[in-house]
Write a protein that binds this ligand. Structure first.
Ligand SMILES: [Zn+2]
Length: 494
């Protein structure tokens, strides 16, 4: 063998080995779990209540069979003889109580006429003993369960079985355009505050629900071919001809929502270890891309994204988007090719809710600005970061200055409870637009809004921040008492 040949062979061997090593390294970098992805939620999971849901979806009957256990610890500080659950699915039973049946929404939500959705209760048990349960409201969205006295720090297990009948309705809960939408569908515990359980009406305006973070494990049986977009990390663990089965794990989630369809395509992306999936009948890839872009911007501004996964899915409803923990519902038209810019803004707003709603909860009923205006401001901040000052200023004109000049027929401010709003247009202008104007004013006066919002997300992660918490922390970070500014923008009629 010629020496030169041996050297060349060796060189070839080394080059091959180097290439292989590089490939392995690249594969490792691509596939390795992000060092921080989901860590915040996993850490926060210790010491939270735990829900286990076993669900059977039967599309031919329009039903979802629900078997729930809740391992509950009394952290209220009071002895309790009642647990209160929210059963919002029942709001869809009558036109008078359905959030989708107001004049402004009815035709869009019920194109074939009103359709009933409701929850049929089969039984409730506390520590394996039958428990008396009764609805507290006419809409049957508040279910009180009597339990033997439970002292502070004591624990127990609540078991509930029910069946949800899904309405033919293009709303958070409903079936439309081949998509089964389960937003606020499953029963969850009401929030206990100041000695009382919250029993807010499931009103048509805004996001009429407040909840505490808990750990969710969910088993879901569906007919073969149904894809599942859900809060949390969702695994298809059985794929047989007679049916598929998903297991979902969602630690420290403020709620659990999901949607099912046989007509979605899937696209994926990754951002700093977070697995992003988007589902839509067409063009899911832009949604995955924009969601990843938004996470990148917000992680820098507001701290690590809390979960392992973020899922976006196409939904048929008359809103742009709707946020759930680790899950974003986006209205179908936004996936059309010529709607890319709007899709990006919707996703920038909804992704911000992962910090301002999912991570830091607030009173969405009585202080709707506290998650909506923050998410709207974050969206503007995203545009400045990604597209520069000019794009940002142009958007501020339409999203903030225009609502400030608008004539609003009702006496409304960003801190008006959502139940007092008579129109969706007024709700968007006042809560989103004028609420964001307050935040722009804070930034202009102090230059410390980013620093404040990062501290806000750290301080109140996985809990509920009241308006007072917001204002005290704002004073601490900015060193200024901004109470007059808050009163002016949030409570004073223009
Ligand atoms: Zn929003």
């Amino acid at each position: 063998m010629h020496v030169r040949c041996i050297i060349r062979k060796r060189w070839q061997k080394n080059a091959l080995a180097a290439c292989l090593l590089l490939l392995v390294l690249l594969a490792f970098l691509w596939l390795r779990p992000g060092k921080a992805a989901g860590e915040r939620a996993k850490k926060a999971a210790e010491g939270l209540d735990a829900y286990d849901f076993q669900l059977i979806f039967r599309p031919e009957e329009s039903t979802l069979a629900v078997s729930m256990t809740l391992d509950y610890t009394n952290r209220t500080g009071d002895a309790l003889d009642t647990l209160v659950l929210r059963t919002w699915a029942n709001a869809y039973q009558k036109e008078a109580t359905s959030p989708a049946a107001i004049d402004a929404l009815f035709d869009a939500c019920y194109p074939a006429g009103f359709s009933e959705g409701y929850l049929t209760l089969e039984g409730v048990w506390w520590q394996d003993q039958v428990a008396a349960a009764s609805y507290l409201d006419e809409a049957q969205t508040t279910l009180a369960v009597a339990i033997p006295p439970l002292a502070p720090h004591q624990s127990g297990r609540l078991t509930l079985r029910c069946q949800i009948t899904v309405p033919a309705c293009a709303h958070r809960l409903g079936y439309s355009q081949g998509i089964w939408q389960f937003g606020n569908a499953l029963p969850i515990l009401a929030v206990y505050e100041n000695g009382n359980w919250r029993t807010d009406a499931y009103s048509p305006m805004g996001d009429p629900f407040v909840s505490n973070c808990a750990n969710y494990t969910v088993g879901l049986a569906v007919p073969a071919g149904y894809q599942c977009a859900a809060t949390g990390t969702c695994k298809l663990d059985k794929r047989e001809r007679d049916g598929w089965h998903y297991t979902v794990n969602a630690p420290a989630a403020r709620d659990f929502a999901f949607a099912l369809s046989q007509s979605w395509q899937q696209a994926t992306a990754r951002q700093n270890g977070v697995q992003i999936a988007a589902y839509a009948p067409d063009n899911p890839s832009n949604a995955a891309k924009y969601a990843a872009k938004a996470l990148k911007v917000y992680e820098k501004l507001y701290g690590a994204y809390p979960y392992e996964t973020l899922t976006v899915c196409a939904i048929d409803f008359p809103f742009g988007g709707m946020e759930y923990p680790g899950l974003i519902f986006v209205s179908l038209p936004y996936f059309e090719a010529d709607q890319r810019d709007s899709l990006e803004l919707v996703l920038a707003h909804e992704a911000a809710h992962q910090w301002f709603y999912a991570l830091v909860g607030s009173d969405q009923v009585n202080q709707p600005w506290q998650d909506e205006a923050l998410s709207e401001y974050a969206m503007l901040r995203y545009v400045r970061q990604v597209y520069g000052q000019n794009a940002y200023e142009n958007l501020v004109i339409t999203r903030v200055h225009a609502p400030m000049r608008e004539r609003i027929p009702q006496p409304l401010t960003p801190a008006t409870p959502i139940t007092d709003f008579g129109s969706l247009d007024a709700y968007f202008s006042v809560v989103y637009g004028r609420g964001a104007a307050f935040l722009l004013a804070v930034e202009e006066m102090t230059g410390k809004l980013d620093a404040f919002l990062q501290k806000y997300c750290d301080t109140y992660a996985f809990s509920l921040a009241s308006r007072q918490d917001f204002s005290l922390l704002l004073r601490e970070v900015t060193g200024e008492d901004l109470t007059p500014l808050m009163l002016d923008y949030l409570d004073t009629l223009m």
